[in-house]
Write a protein that binds this ligand. Structure first.
Ligand code: PLP
Length: 464
């Protein structure tokens, strides 16, 4: 063996030991690490002719780049919908790299990882009070999960017009409708050849982001001549509004359509007895998107696609890897290879399995309720503030607000507060008006963090 690799293998104990020490240093000081680092001056290391080895590379990384890592798994990173990484999830993620399985077939032919993936999906469905009639698998994020669900929906709609879309392509002969779809749904429609301009927008009402039921049924009737795909939001990113899933599911009995539920983070509301009602009826969906790297606090990247078992034939028509005979007949044994977009697949289920085992129903109920409590605390402060204004009631775990009187100073406010590095939030547009979002998903966020953020907001407001 090449001497460098021989040395590396002989040195594994100290390599992993140093990785452990560096990890501890990062994780134990997360609360003090900045959420924003202005000076991202990047020193390119260049490709060496003679490799430095893992230990020396770790030192190079620590010297140049480690200090540039922001506290995105920390308690006051409220941008996007950024979950943290619990200890069990980190353990699972580390071991995923160690075991390095190519997770495909669950027939037990030398590959238990796919069986554990299926088992993880089963446990996740139990956690979320979903029945056992979905085929589920891990993908990189809710974007890919939306893509997967909508791809099978497309296959379904194609068959309604006598077309095998995955083979023959399509000529825009079906209808997709949504009220407030996530940007990744629009992106997926582009990737799927359905066309990102082709969403029939269902109206919203009462200043909310949820669909208006009357307009929805009107559009179902108007478009009856074509197969219809409905994208339902179970938690919008700005105000965590939910389309009325129970009502939509009931309309499925009267009208024929594919129901895709984008529950990327909102699905975890099912962990809370007080909020589970928001998801009532979602078990009747044809496909569901769940993100694990958000409210489940599994590190990036991790999401699940759930598609009803009765659609397995359509799912295989969409994703089968049929031009590689050496990979076997898809109808003979289950392999993720023929059910999901990727062929080679990381054992992405393992961090989620560790998390489910380690924290159980009680742990996730606590994470969800804790996030909601924190969002309410920030919301209550804003409601009583003379200089900030809530733009929507705090429905769940996102606070959407703006400056009361100085709207033109919004981006200045956000830039300043983020640059101070104590708390991180992201900008958005709500009904066309600039706003700030604070999303609560990290299990570490405590009352004290809300006090720190409020202090920051007050100080920055005075500086404006
Ligand atoms: C975050 C999010 C997505 C996209 O998820 P990624 O994990 O970033 O790919 C899709 N839908 C909703 C509702 C989301 O919150």
């Amino acid at each position: 063996m090449f001497e460098l690799f021989e040395n590396e293998l002989g040195n594994l104990d100290s390599i992993l030991g140093r990785v452990k020490d560096s990890s501890l240093e990062f994780l134990e000081n997360l609360a003090d690490r900045p959420t924003y680092i202005a000076d991202q001056s990047f020193v390119p290391a260049g490709l060496p002719d003679v490799g430095a080895g893992a230990l020396a590379s770790l030192e190079i990384f620590r010297k140049h780049y480690e200090k540039l890592m922001v506290a995105s798994p920390g308690p006051r990173y409220w941008g996007f919908v950024t979950g943290g990484a619990t200890p069990a999830a980190i353990a699972g993620d580390w071991l995923t790299a160690v075991y390095d399985q190519n997770t495909q077939s669950s027939q037990g032919d030398g590959d238990v990882s796919a069986m554990l993936e299926k088992e993880t999906v089963r446990l996740l469905c139990q956690l979320l009070h979903l029945p056992d009639n979905f085929v589920g698998g891990f993908v990189t994020g809710a974007t890919m999960s939306n893509f997967t669900g909508l791809a099978v929906a497309r296959q379904w709609a194609g068959e309604r017009t006598g077309r095998d879309v995955s083979r023959q392509g399509m000529a825009g002969d079906f209808v997709i409708m949504a009220a407030t779809p996530h940007s990744s749904v629009i992106k997926s429609l582009g990737m799927l050849g359905i066309g990102s301009n082709n969403v029939v927008r269902i109206e919203t009402s009462g200043g909310r982001e949820a669909l208006d039921p009357d307009d929805f049924e009107r559009k179902l009737i108007e478009n009856q001549s074509k197969p219809i795909i409905v994208n339902c939001s179970a938690g919008t990113v700005n105000t965590v509004d939910f389309d009325d899933i129970a009502l939509i599911a009931a309309l499925k009995k009267k009208h024929d359509f594919w129901l895709h539920v984008d529950a990327a983070f909102g699905g975890f509301a099912a962990c809370s007895p007080s909020y589970r009602y928001l998801l009532e009826g979602w078990e009747q969906a044809d496909s569901i998107t769940i993100d694990c790297h958000k409210w489940m606090n599994v590190p990036y990247d991790s999401a699940v696609s759930l598609i009803r078992k009765e659609h397995s034939r359509l799912q295989v028509s969409t994703f089968q890897n049929s031009n590689a005979p050496y990979l076997g007949d898809p109808s003979e044994n289950f392999s993720y290879l023929n059910f999901l977009p990727e062929n080679s697949r990381r054992f992405r289920a393992l961090p989620a399995w560790f998390s489910l085992m380690a924290y159980g129903r009680g742990g996730f109920e606590w994470i969800v309720e804790n996030s909601i409590a924190r969002a309410r605390e920030l919301g209550a402060y804003i409601e009583n503030s003379t200089h900030f204004e809530l733009l929507a009631p705090v429905r769940l775990n996102v606070v959407c607000f703006r400056l009361r009187d100085d709207i033109e100073k919004m981006s200045d406010f956000l830039k300043r507060i983020n640059r101070r590095g104590k708390v991180f939030m992201t900008p958005t547009l709500l009904s066309g008006r600039p706003a700030v979002r604070a999303a609560f998903v990290n299990y570490r966020t405590a009352e004290e963090d809300i006090r720190i953020a409020i202090r920051e907001m007050e100080e920055v407001w005075r500086e404006l």
